[in-house]
Design a protein around this ligand. Structure first.
Ligand SMILES: NC(=O)c1ccc[n+]([C@@H]2O[C@H](COP(=O)([O-])OP(=O)(O)OC[C@H]3O[C@@H](n4cnc5c(N)ncnc54)[C@H](OP(=O)(O)O)[C@@H]3O)[C@@H](O)[C@H]2O)c1
Length: 282
């Protein structure tokens, strides 16, 4: 099937996906956005059209991506429902929402999907360059699940097919490894700043540890990448940490260290970590 792909919302994801699709020879119809200048800018960057109203975008597109903020998707859907949507495929790119947000879509002759690019889109005009390495997840109507999945695989991407009930858990996974890791790294840097370093020096000093950790996980998996005082069973080191850690971080330290004990027990079958566990649970 030949798709003409239209975007509602000319922001970071809309522009990046449009550019990625167009350089991979998929047909773009163009953009509609709240601000006409955004749509025009996106159209110019992706060599497509900009539309002044939803009705024209719908007429020229059979695959429509809603790439507005999550909170606006329902409002856009309510507007779309006013038009003829027969045989249209409607997608949004939210990681947390499912296709259920497209209420009564089948009665309108259309099909609904959530297609989530697993990437942090930080820039409208450069992020498209790294999209060939990412995974997409797809959830939605069975009718075009295979076709859409093959479309993305044809670009060289890996695709995960999800049940709609799993979307919140799936999104939790994404947020944990990106946003929450950012938060954890910032907390680690704050301890370094308390040692007298400025933020830039703290980041630079810790970065080789961060980089190697990620590289080791990627190359060898969690158990083989595991290092540190918990794995070694260094009780005195753990006690020192517990005397200096800010009280507000104590629960976090305990929870993460107990998980490290779980991993260490799997790695060193038979080694006893009970003393460490008791120290953490007291
Ligand atoms: N950023 C990420 O890393 C990322 C990653 C994966 C998925 N997502 C998902 O992708 C979607 C878009 O995120 P984003 O980061 O691209 O957001 P964004 O950069 O803020 O872009 C959203 C765009 O939507 C437009 N918009 C807002 N209200 C509108 C309306 N009522 N009608 C038409 N257009 C409207 C705005 O256009 P104007 O410029 O015209 O005001 C804005 O440029 C979200 O569902 C998000 O969860 C984001």
């Amino acid at each position: 099937m030949d798709f003409n792909i239209g975007f509602i919302g000319a922001g970071k994801v809309g522009i990046s996906l449009g550019k990625y699709f167009s350089i991979n020879n998929l047909n773009l119809s163009g953009y509609y956005s709240k601000n006409a200048n955004s749509a025009a800018e996106a159209a110019e960057f992706t060599n497509s059209k900009h539309f002044n109203d939803l009705e024209t975008l719908i007429r020229y597109s059979n695959l429509i991506f809603i790439t507005t903020p999550d909170d606006v998707i329902k409002e856009i859907w309510n507007e779309l429902k006013e038009y003829n949507l027969k045989d249209k495929i409607i997608c949004h790119t939210s990681g947390s929402l499912s296709s259920s947000i497209f209420s009564n879509i089948n009665t309108l002759g259309a099909l609904g999907y959530s297609i989530h690019p697993m990437c942090a889109f930080s820039d409208k005009f450069t992020t498209y360059k790294s999209l060939n390495q990412i995974y997409f997840s797809i959830q939605g109507d069975d009718a075009y699940l295979y076709v859409l999945s093959e479309l993305l695989k044809g670009l060289g991407n890996n695709v995960i097919i999800l049940d709609k009930d799993k979307k919140p858990l799936y999104h939790l996974a994404n947020v944990t490894v990106s946003n929450l890791v950012l938060s954890l790294l910032e907390i680690g840097c704050s301890y370094m700043k308390s040692c007298g370093l400025n933020e830039k020096d703290a980041i630079n000093a810790l970065m080789p540890l961060i980089d190697n950790n990620i590289k080791n996980i990627k190359a060898h998996g969690f158990l083989n990448a595991l290092t540190g005082p918990v794995e070694r069973g260094d009780l005195e080191t753990l006690k020192h940490h517990l005397t200096v850690i800010p009280p507000s971080d104590l629960d976090l330290y305990r929870r993460l260290s107990l998980n490290l004990i779980n991993l260490s027990e799997k790695k060193h079958y038979g080694k006893n970590y009970n003393i460490l566990k008791n120290e953490l649970c007291n």
